[in-house]
Design a protein around this ligand. Structure first.
Ligand SMILES: Cc1ncc(COP(=O)(O)O)c(C=O)c1O
Length: 378
């Protein structure tokens, strides 16, 4: 069997590692360097490492790993937002029109309104589930699928075909799915962008972003952007991310199984409404998600009616931590309205961790019982 045919777990464990050599570590430790020694005669031409902003070997190994999983070439950034905003600023010019998700990660919309419109880019917001307008005159379409936090799904292959016919570039935010959940470049997208802060690295201990593409021209533009703006992750974060990536398959398997079990629990409770998970056959996103995605995320959402009930639920739980972000080892719940998201006051995004399924289901059921109905306790 060639490396090309390896399954997800094998690919994650081996992604980006150097050829084995006796005496070497499996994953070389982080290289901490701002300048590197230069050849006195040839200068930077003699080595791939001249200065830390453009060049770092630890970062390059991580990029090789993510690139293998996404099926393209990768450039990592200091955070998901650094990757997304860098991509938009590097590719859009005054007079261009861009379409962004109306229901995606809200700082992207805030950035578009504050900064892109300010420099003369025309911005449109489209719900992930559609309907999509004509792409005539659109320079760039960005999809976020599944969308955070509402978990609607867009049909990447179908939309990309339509967009390409109009000459529109397609970017997919792959944060929630991860490259094991779907490979947008295989579905025709020009670029993948993502936060590696979430499930990709999954230990709630670092910020990371990346872009991946197959086009040398796009990569050159984005590499140039990153080098001149300096939005790079440090060597230690890059190394931690690479180390964490090795267990992505195992973590996602447990998170996804936990999400399925929690969804089953919540679906059976009359006191929980608005349940969404793209892996649930009754979910409106299921037909596209089940055709397009290779596995379902550990993230689901639902409504507990009001903020006080959410607080009582989280307080009563021993396993669900109140925290934002998602995709980590620990199960977390986030009431998105508290951050300014356009969601109902009792809307919760629940990110299932890697706890044992039976423990998590028992804990969530008991916490919901303890939280009682919506409305303040009399
Ligand atoms: C879908 C999505 N894209 C991008 C980001 C931004 O990532 P970061 O927090 O690493 O900047 C997030 C963060 O939550 C996200 O959920």
């Amino acid at each position: 069997m060639s490396a090309r045919d390896w399954h997800d777990g094998t690919r994650c464990v081996h992604a980006g590692l150097p050829e084995p050599a006796p005496g070497d570590a499996f994953l070389p430790g982080p290289v901490f360097a701002a300048p590197y020694h230069l050849d006195p005669w040839q200068g930077p031409a003699a080595s791939p490492n001249g200065y830390g902003r453009p060049d770092n070997p630890t970062r390059r190994l991580l990029e090789a790993a993510i690139g293998e999983l996404e099926g393209g070439e990768c450039r990592v950034f200091a955070s998901g937002q650094a990757a997304i905003t860098g991509l938009l600023l590097a590719l859009l010019r005054p007079g261009d029109r861009v379409l962004l998700p109306a229901d995606g990660y809200f700082p992207v919309r805030a950035f578009a309104t504050a900064t892109l419109e300010g420099i003369g880019v025309s911005v449109g917001f489209v719900p992930t589930a559609g309907p999509y307008p004509s792409f005539d005159g659109v320079r760039l379409l960005m999809l976020e699928t599944p969308a955070n936090p509402g978990l609607d799904v867009a049909d990447v292959a179908a939309l990309t075909a339509e967009a390409h016919a109009a000459g529109t570039l397609v970017v997919v935010d792959n944060t929630t799915a991860t490259p094991l959940g779907q490979r947008p470049l295989d579905l025709g997208a020009d670029l993948v962008v993502a936060s590696g802060t979430k499930a990709l690295t999954g230990h709630s201990d670092l910020l990371l972003g990346y872009v991946a593409a197959r086009s040398a021209e796009l990569l050159e533009t984005l590499t140039g952007w990153r080098t001149t703006t300096g939005a790079v992750p440090g060597a230690f974060d890059a190394w931690l991310a690479h180390r964490s990536l090795a267990t992505l398959d195992l973590r996602l398997a447990r998170q996804s199984a936990n999400a399925a079990a929690v969804v089953e629990l919540l679906a059976g409770r009359a006191d929980v409404t608005g349940l969404r998970w793209p892996g649930r056959p009754e979910d409106p996103a299921y037909p596209v998600a089940s055709a397009q995605m290779r596995r379902m995320p550990g993230v689901l959402c639902f409504d507990l009616g009001d903020a006080a009930r959410v607080a009582r639920f989280v307080e009563a739980s021993r396993l669900v931590a109140a925290a934002t972000s998602f995709g980590g080892l620990h199960t977390t719940a986030d009431r998105r309205a508290q951050w300014g998201d356009d969601t109902a006051p009792g809307f919760v995004r629940l990110s299932c961790g890697v706890e044992d399924t039976a423990d998590l289901v028992a804990d969530i059921g008991a916490a919901l019982d303890a939280a009682g109905p919506a409305g303040p306790l009399s």
